[in-house]
Design a protein around this ligand. Sequence first.
Ligand SMILES: Nc1nc2c(ncn2[C@@H]2O[C@H](COP(=O)(O)OP(=O)(O)OP(=O)(O)O)[C@@H](O)[C@H]2O)c(=O)[nH]1
Length: 459
Amino acid sequence: MVQEDDVIKIDNLNEMIGISQDHLDLLGQHQARLLNCEPLFYEKVFAGLANTGLQYEQGSTTLFLPNFFTTLVSTKFDQSLYHELYMQVLHWKQLGLRQNHITLLINQCRHAVYSCLDEVQPHQLLYIVGLMVDALSLLNNHVFHLVEMKSRITQKFAMDVNHVKRSYELVSAAFPAELMQVYEDHVKWKILAFSMALGEMSEEKLPLSTQECRLGKWLQAGGWQRIPQTAQQSFDQAHHEVHELAVQAIECNRNSQPDQIVKILNSMEEASDRVTEVLMQVMETELIRFCTLDSLTGLPNRKLFDDILEKQLAFAKRRNLFVGLVLIDIDYFKPVNDNYGHLVGDQVLEQLADILRECMREEESVFRWGGEEFLALTLSERADDCYVLAERMRDTIAKTRFGVVKDGELKITVSCGAISTMSFAMFQFEEVFGQLDDLLYKAKKSGRNRTFHKVLEAE
Ligand SMILES: Nc1nc2c(ncn2[C@@H]2O[C@H](COP(=O)(O)OP(=O)(O)OP(=O)(O)O)[C@@H](O)[C@H]2O)c(=O)[nH]1
């Protein structure tokens, strides 16, 4: 957040530019003579500009706001004068002049002031009006600092969005883009806030409350549940900060305080980065889940197996437990699809996955291994616990009603191959899986709806 102390008070401006009350008094004394210099001033500016190559309409009055010269020789140096000068810089920017063009133009103004005031005594007046021109330069720098910030953010945003979109497309073009949209809208909102703070657009177009922006609406509609609990508080705080700072920045634009806007927008950028960082995290987690969870059953797929197995082996070793693998294959599943359709087949797979999940303890995992094949990874104290679990799964499935079909209740059975071991060193997985396959094959060959189990001992 911007601290009170960081904000340059407009009262301090005179001090900052170096204008004293004596200076203003002196300007006051010579005001009428100074104002007489106005036609000469513009004549000299345009004469000087003719040699600069700057694109402008010759003699155009639209280059300067109506009271520009009067402002420069004003007898007060306060908020209203600052505002006039700020408006002039924004006007030049709106005409399409770039920062270096405006610098060139300000230099021409400086020359023109010096040459037409040369006659006006005392000489100190030259110095004082020069200070006014300095204020113009300062404003120009602030405004273009903001323009640069905005363009940097816009470019970074385009790169980030492309990067994320490409990752999504690699996984699936059909990946739900809603979260991506929320992220995009948040950054677009921030860029709009920048535009507003630069006076480039009217204020009605931006929802300033945290409830009304796209992100706020998404959060209220259930998005909160997708933000990790540990990040929720700081995320909420950062979101509020972004909005509060935008309001402050826009207010500063109204008060013509671009120096403060720069500070506020820097803080806003920082808070907004915290918001987008969390959104990116959520996207990444969901992307990983999307890649590693089976979309039909919600069970982890093979890609997660190696990772989880490694952790389970380490855990089992520490606790002196048996690691068990159970390969579960549905019996005669093809006829289910053929007779009742794939949709019924899918429902069976979903329901079966739920049963398997319920049979497992929290620290154990079950994977969708292939089409109608599942693999359970178990931890137990006794070698045959794995067999007991496999049998419990098989028995529960055999007793479950998998819906009603045209010729009655749909019943399903599974065959299992199970292996348990404590001999981690000899866990050559290709060999273990070869043996699991053999056990499953034997279970099928000997009539299905049964489990064949083996304990692997160290040699
Ligand atoms: N509905 C549906 N069916 C699937 C899916 N994945 C695999 N299958 C089907 O599972 C069936 C497997 O058939 P088979 O390998 O012949 O085995 P089976 O009919 O179960 O016979 P056994 O295993 O020998 O008892 C095939 O018909 C596949 O189309 C899926 O995601 N959804």
